[in-house]
Design a protein around this ligand. Structure first.
Ligand code: NAD
Length: 472
């Protein structure tokens, strides 16, 4: 009997957003076979025909962004402004993919008779996370399709309805049968997809799952892995910073999406002269953030996406004092789990040894550390197992410039929080944050394989034969 995945709204346990049949290993294999059969036709359709479908999809999601906003808010609990911001990212992603993204893989002539081209890989599996259930899968699906691959999409089990909605828009756009297939389910379905006859895995999710997928494909080097994983991101606040800017960027980076962003700030290193003032102002802003039902007017943050996520966050918060931290804030959400408020913990040194300080905490919780100068801050920011995003808040450009190339992250922002990112740029990380195959505009690179060509229209030239080789 086929199992059923039931999607329940985190803000209202009586609201069943949808029910979906779970794909078991046999169903996954059949689905992948359909995508495999569709591949040669889609590859050979040519870039222009593919672009026309992508543009129709962009129009459809652009026109129906309000519908998607409501669905995201309902299914994962994002506040309306936050869900709307995500819904509005889908159409521009198509334009960037078809523009700069495709230019990166349009091939080039290195010298007369020497050319490089980029070919599609085949069938690519796209795994979605729950926190950006539309935008992040779209960031893999669009470049995969534009470059001629077919796709099997496994939405997060927390957001299957958003995944199904996106697949419907692709159908509306006239995408041929089999070019985008969907399999619904949890880790079991994910494992079956990784083991199936695919050519690559475009994954956004946790380090633990990225690691499991790496091990699962260790003997299948033909399956390319593009891993967009978690973060434990740092912000450096210099003594010369515009403090109001520092506080609002920090608060946004801590608490937007109820802290459930890979780029959320976890570690804030503050130069000693402004430490107390920064802490006081930040605590006041975090305390004032409006928590409520995602679609209520003026709400800044909704609940966490699930009760499991709430239990994990509570467990991590419970470790703060064992790590040597002093809790300075834990806002009461005044609503039952999975609602939560923002938290702040203060440390007296920048050393980070405890799991509370080193592991990803997916919730609105940050630690404050004192720091002497920018070089100390760079060393402390790099004292992490992750390498996704960092931010420097200073009025001194030279201090920021000193961080470039020295902080080991894929994103390094100046006077913007860690959560700021642009689809026109690469987006990805190193170490536990990813395998240096950044998504964003550069996603077309991992969706393709380069092919080198030596080319000649000249006929046989006997004078070019090496010594000792007879003329035919
Ligand atoms: P997750 O790793 O739990 O799940 C991601 C996907 O993998 C889901 O579709 C899930 O069903 C599947 N999965 C889980 N276990 C699997 C297994 N053993 N084999 C195959 N598939 C499996 O992640 P999540 O909780 O949905 O998302 C949150 C995580 O994603 C956080 O760590 C966050 O930092 C990260 N994230 C990273 C980025 C980025 O771009 N770097 C963006 C958003 C989220």
């Amino acid at each position: 009997m086929t199992a059923t995945l039931e999607s329940v709204s985190p803000s209202d346990p009586t609201d069943v957003v949808g029910r979906f049949p779970v794909a078991d290993a046999a169903a996954v294999a059949q689905t992948v076979a359909r995508a495999r059969a569709a591949f040669p036709h889609w590859r050979d359709a040519g870039a222009a025909a593919r672009a026309a479908v992508l543009e129709r999809f962009a129009r459809a999601v652009g026109e129906r962004a309000d519908e998607l906003t409501l669905l995201i808010a309902r299914e994962v609990g994002k506040a309306r402004w936050d869900a709307a911001a995500e819904a509005r990212l889908l159409a521009p992603k198509i334009a960037v993919t078809l523009g700069d993204g495709m230019r990166l893989v349009s091939g080039y002539e290195a010298a007369p008779g020497q050319r490089a081209s980029y070919r599609p890989r085949g069938v690519l599996a796209v795994y979605g996370p729950f926190n950006f259930p539309a935008h992040l899968p779209n960031g893999h699906i669009a470049p995969a399709l534009a470059t001629g691959n077919t796709v099997v999409f496994k939405p997060s089990e927390v957001a299957p309805a958003v995944g199904a909605w996106m697949a419907e828009r692709w159908r509306d756009a006239g995408l041929p049968e089999g070019v985008l297939e969907v399999v619904q389910g949890g880790p079991e379905t994910g494992r079956a997809l990784a083991a199936a006859d695919i050519d690559g895995i475009l994954f956004t999710g946790s380090y633990a799952t990225g690691r499991a997928l790496t091990l699962a494909t260790i003997d299948a080097p033909q399956k390319i892995l593009a891993l967009e994983l978690g973060g434990s991101n740092a912000m450096i606040v210099c003594a010369d910073a515009d403090l109001d800017l520092a506080v609002s960027e920090a608060a946004l980076s801590i608490a937007a999406t109820t802290g459930q962003r890979c780029t959320a700030v976890r570690r804030i290193f503050v130069e000693r002269p402004v430490r107390e003032q920064f802490q006081e102002k930040l605590a006041a802003v975090l305390t004032g953030l409006r928590i409520g039902a995602p679609l209520d007017e003026g709400v800044f943050m909704g609940p966490l996406a699930s009760l499991d996520a709430h239990a994990r966050l509570s467990r991590m918060r419970g470790l703060a004092s064992a790590a040597g931290g002093e809790r300075v804030l834990l806002v009461d959400a005044m609503r039952p789990p999975p609602y939560t408020g923002a938290g702040l913990v203060r440390f007296e040194s920048a050393a980070q040894r405890h799991p509370y300080q080193r592991e990803e905490i997916f919730g609105p919780e940050a630690a404050l550390y004192p720091i002497g100068d920018i070089d100390e801050a760079i060393a402390a920011a790099n004292d992490s197992d992750y390498g996704l995003a960092a931010s420097v808040i200073t009025c001194n450009r030279a201090k920021y410039e000193r961080c470039i190339g020295r902080i080991r992250t894929g994103v390094l922002n100046w006077n913007k929080g860690t959560i700021g990112a642009s689809g026109r740029l690469p987006f990805g990380g190193s170490a536990r944050s990813g395998n240096d195959r950044p998504a964003g505009v550069t996603a077309t690179l991992y969706c393709t394989a380069p092919q080198a060509h030596l080319e000649s229209e000249a006929g046989f030239d006997a004078s070019a034969l090496p010594p000792g080789m007879p003329k035919p």
